[in-house]
Design a protein around this ligand. Structure first.
Ligand code: AMP
Length: 449
């Protein structure tokens, strides 16, 4: 029997878990509890949706002695504000019968309000690295009592360029501490970080990156171009009984904006959007709308969706095919969460076919190909980049495209210097004259009006 009872948890924790309706630990939870309780450094590789937050929160709470310290004894670092909120909520619901104080801090909000909250004291601090560092250097926050450090979604954090922030934070922490790290993918950067800062960690790995969750039914459609993809998506979404809670993935923010405006004209508030260029308020509002069921569909980029606790998604739609096959694994992991049934649909153009094949190779599974419904209009209209014969440059849209590729891809990527900038330079070089002239004409035209 695989129940929480076997884990020798305290009554308050058992009651809180029972209130949440969880009957047995997920595999990552069964694996993690004893290792984390042993006090050793731990590295866990787990996809989102496997219950990894509870996997580290429960043993930490079981071990936490209520102390009179005002400084945190447990520090949890996560990459996004959304994840701070989510982890704090998880802790609060698990600790509802315990006396402890948990605080979440993140950037983009008034630091003075947070300083005040920090001064009031806490046992557990959940933070994004940037804001944590600012609070620590301003001396509002003392990290000298931290006994346990958790770094969650470390692959995302490293992709966001927090490598140095992390190293700086480690310098401020006591040398004697337990390090616990969770990552959805193992990348070269993650491995280097472990080598440098961890002491012979115990590695726990449940679902290997290429193992699809068994309870997710996958399908794919071959579609010639963007506008036909839009027609197909609208066609599918018109079936309201089937497509009840849909997460649509787009690899970059520009593409997400473009798709959203296409869908919004037809579905109005039935669709919402979330990506990292949107203000925090906008993002919270979108997520709320989706959670409340006002919006049936949320359009998101990879990195944004990874930090969200989106419950009971019926369908994940891969509006484009991820360049890195592992991103596909993360995407589909957003449905079929914690043993529920989920469905995933992938759209791919001829240009994206190689990427689809790479995904299939990683999974050792051929995604069943569906026939395009007859009433879906094949659009002749092409996007600028679809008609343009310029060499294909992978768009590096901040951190979205690049959530932890496999080793060989990382190395390949590292050879390229500043992809985004060089793309602009290439265009500038190629179109220098006409572009300048065009700009002038454009401006003249404007003045004449
Ligand atoms: P996570 O991987 O931490 O994002 O968790 C994924 C989802 O699974 C969350 O909505 C949790 O509330 C839920 N969950 C966590 N542990 C369990 C469990 N033992 N049984 C059922 N659901 C769980």
């Amino acid at each position: 029997m695989n129940t929480f009872e076997k884990l020798n948890l305290s009554m308050p924790l058992r009651d809180a878990i029972a209130d949440l309706g969880f009957e047995k630990p997920t595999p990552i939870q069964s694996e993690s509890f004893s290792v984390i309780l042993s006090g050793r450094d731990v590295v866990g590789i787990a996809q989102t949706g496997t219950g990894k937050t509870l996997a580290y929160v429960v043993p930490l709470l079981r071990d936490l002695n209520y102390s009179k310290h005002d400084n945190p004894t447990i520090l949890i670092l996560v990459p996004t504000r959304e994840l701070v909120k989510q982890v704090v909520e998880n802790i609060e619901s698990l600790a509802k019968y315990q006396t402890l104080r948990v605080l979440g801090v993140y950037g983009g909000t008034n630091i003075n309000t947070q300083k005040q909250a920090v001064i009031e004291g806490m046992d557990i601090l959940v933070a994004t690295p940037g804001r944590l560092y600012d609070l620590a250097v301003s001396k509002a926050l003392l990290l000298k009592d931290v006994k346990k450090l958790v770094i969650d979604e470390v692959d995302v954090m490293l992709d966001q360029g927090f490598r140095f922030q992390l190293a700086n934070i480690f310098d401020l922490l006591p040398k004697r501490r337990q390090n616990i790290m969770f990552s959805a993918t193992m990348t070269e950067e993650v491995d280097m970080l472990i080598d440098e800062f961890f002491v012979s960690p115990e590695r726990i790995s449940i679902a290997v990156s290429g193992t699809p969750l068994h309870n997710i039914a996958q399908q794919c459609y071959a579609v010639p171009n963007f506008y036909t993809k839009v027609n197909l998506l609208k066609n599918l979404l018109n079936d309201k009984n089937e497509f009840r809670k849909v997460l649509v993935f787009v690899s970059n923010k520009k593409g997400a904006d473009r798709l959203y405006s296409e869908l919004e004209s037809e579905f109005k508030t039935g669709v919402c959007l979330v990506h990292s260029n949107k203000s925090q308020n906008y993002r919270f509002k979108s997520i709320q709308q989706f959670d409340d069921g006002i919006s049936r569909v949320i359009v998101s980029t990879d990195i944004m969706a990874r930090g969200l606790d989106l419950d009971k998604i019926t369908h994940v739609i891969n509006f484009d095919t991820p360049v890195f096959p592992e991103n596909y694994m993360h995407r589909i992991g957003r449905t079929g969460r914690a043993e529920q049934e989920g469905k995933s649909i992938l759209f791919y153009t001829p240009k994206e076919e190689d990427w689809k094949e790479a995904i299939e190779k990683l999974m050792s599974y051929t995604i069943p190909l569906m026939t395009l419904p007859e009433d879906v209009e094949i659009s002749e209209k092409l996007l600028h980049e679809e008609s343009n014969k310029m060499p294909e440059i992978r768009q590096r849209d901040s951190v979205d495209v690049n959530a932890g590729g496999a080793f060989h891809e990382k190395k390949e990527k590292n050879k390229k210097v500043n992809l985004g900038g060089s793309y602009k330079r290439d265009i500038a070089k190629k179109y220098k004259k006409p572009r300048t002239k065009g700009d002038k004409n454009y401006n003249k035209g404007k003045k004449r009006k």
